[in-house]
Ligand binder design. Structure first.
Ligand code: KG4
Ligand code: ZN
Length: 351
């Protein structure tokens, strides 16, 4: 565990994440860093349906949050009395799932007389590399690659995010998930496709690299899944284990080629020398290898969150809330009426 010493006021935040299919709870202290966290993934529950079933997700969050809270406080060796702020994911995400975390956070805050703060899920992801590398300095370019978002941002300072480019259709995670489904892999597809890709030839299939050479920093992945479908249909009954692995490897190669190239272009466009990668797809080994090589070639640094903080988790929410409050950018409130923002632009973070 790192030391997070600074002269800023000490603040201890309880964070609750429930925007999609993971329930995460954590305690983060501005001077001591992450004190404890607990996570429950709903992957096994949604697997039978081939994707997230929103109503089931909400119900499961209801059942999990309080036991995870007890577990987190125990691990953190911290009582509710020592918590200064209760933070929750306000959006973006599934409305019902968000309402569970928001409702619980506000009820808990009201019962224990604490202030509450709603956090932007993507800001949680964006700052997650700082969880294990608290000295990582602004400014940097962030490549945010999750199940629902693919964005390049110029991060001038905490809370100052300028959108450089984003996907015009499917997100990178969606491209992984949808291609994986076409290959008969389970949900979530990203990790499964990456595992299968390790046994395949990435040059076996010539798949498109959408927008690779476009002048902008936008992405488009919807055509890729159609190309994968075309290949699956073409091969038909001859889709042997090796051909499937080859197609998985070729798909991963196409997605990561575009992500790596655009991330490097974004560094040049923003005039930055540090790239920060965040979100579930940031766990992808092939993407990391390509970014390492591409960034070292241009003398840039690249930083990733720990693998455990790439996908959704409680620490990123407690941490983002803590940083915003300490910096004076957000003001937790004692008005316990709450709303959630299933759609919420990251560049619209006014307190
Ligand atoms: O950030 P995240 O946990 O949830 C959202 O906020 O969306 O990202 C989940 C996405 C899924 O699409 C999943 O398939 C993808 O991240 N993912 C991966 C890997 N691990 C997770 N994609 C490629 N390779 C991986 N190793
Ligand atoms: Zn996420």
């Amino acid at each position: 565990m790192f030391q997070f010493n600074n002269d800023l006021p000490r603040l201890r935040v309880l964070g609750i994440e429930s925007s999609c299919d993971e329930t995460g709870v954590a305690v983060y202290d501005s001077h001591r860093g992450l004190l404890g966290d607990a996570l429950h993934s709903q992957v096994a529950m949604h697997q039978a349906y081939g994707g997230v079933v929103p109503e089931l997700a909400s119900r499961d969050h209801i059942a999990r949050t309080l036991p995870l809270l007890a577990q987190t406080l125990e691990l953190a060796q911290c009582g509710m009395a020592e918590i200064d702020v209760i933070a929750y994911t306000r959006g973006p995400g599934l409305a019902g799932a968000l309402l569970v975390g928001a409702g619980l956070a506000c009820a808990l805050a009201m019962a224990t007389d604490k202030p509450v703060l709603g956090v932007h899920h993507l800001e949680g992801h964006l700052l997650s590399p700082l969880l294990s590398d608290p000295g990582l300095d602004f400014p940097f370019v962030a490549l945010l690659v999750s199940g629902g978002h693919t964005m390049l941002l110029d991060v001038r300072a905490l809370g100052h995010y300028r959108l450089l480019g984003e996907t015009v259709d499917d997100a990178a995670g969606e491209a992984f998930d949808k291609s994986a489904k076409l290959l008969g892999l389970g949900y979530p597809g990203g990790p499964a496709l990456a595992r299968l890709a390790a046994e395949g030839n990435p040059r076996a299939f010539a798949l498109p690299r959408p927008k690779l050479h476009s002048a902008d920093l936008d992405f488009s992945f919807a055509g890729l899944k159609t190309a994968v479908l075309t290949q699956v249909n073409r091969i038909g009954g001859d889709l042997t284990a090796q051909r499937r692995a080859d197609l998985a490897a070729s798909t991963q190669e196409a997605i990561t080629d575009v992500l790596a190239a655009k991330a490097v272009d974004a560094l040049a466009a923003a005039g930055r020398d540090t790239l920060v990668v965040a979100g579930g797809v940031g766990a992808n080994r092939r993407l990391r290898d390509k970014l390492d090589i591409a960034c070292s070639r241009i003398g840039a640094r690249v930083r990733y969150p720990d693998l455990q903080w790439c996908t959704d988790n409680g620490p990123m929410i407690a941490h983002a809330a803590c940083r915003r409050v300490v910096a004076g950018l957000a003001h937790p409130r004692r008005d316990y009426a709450f709303d959630v923002r299933p759609r919420w632009d990251l560049t619209d973070l006014a307190d």
